[in-house]
Ligand binder design. Structure first.
Ligand code: MUC
Length: 96
């Protein structure tokens, strides 16, 4: 199942830089592992915002929920999810 996910990150202004840096480091490690696994198919920065648009390929909505809530930055993110399916006019036959 494909999902489009928008994540907006807002770290508290008074969060120590070392804490923020460690959160971002662990977030990057997990995000890259999930990309290597094929679960996190696309990760795009939204220009000018501390936000991203991502495409996830997971087996269920529950799996996506578990994955998103496991992200180190989850407590500091607002997340919007939209389910996707194949467009009948798409020329990309491999899309599910
Ligand atoms: O920077 C972000 O958009 C938030 C989050 C998503 C991947 C990652 O490494 O951090």
């Amino acid at each position: 199942m494909l999902f489009k996910v928008r994540m907006d990150v807002r770290l508290p202004a008074d969060m120590p830089k070392a804490t923020a840096d460690e959160l971002k480091r662990t977030e990057r490690e997990l995000a890259q592992a999930l990309q290597h696994s094929g679960k996190w198919r696309h990760l795009w920065r939204i220009v000018g915002q501390y936000a991203n648009i991502s495409i996830f390929d997971v087996d269920s909505a529950s799996e996506l929920h578990d994955l998103l809530t496991s992200l180190p930055l989850f407590p500091y993110m607002t997340i919007e999810v939209e389910a996707l399916c194949r467009h009948p006019s798409s020329i990309h036959a491999d899309e599910r």
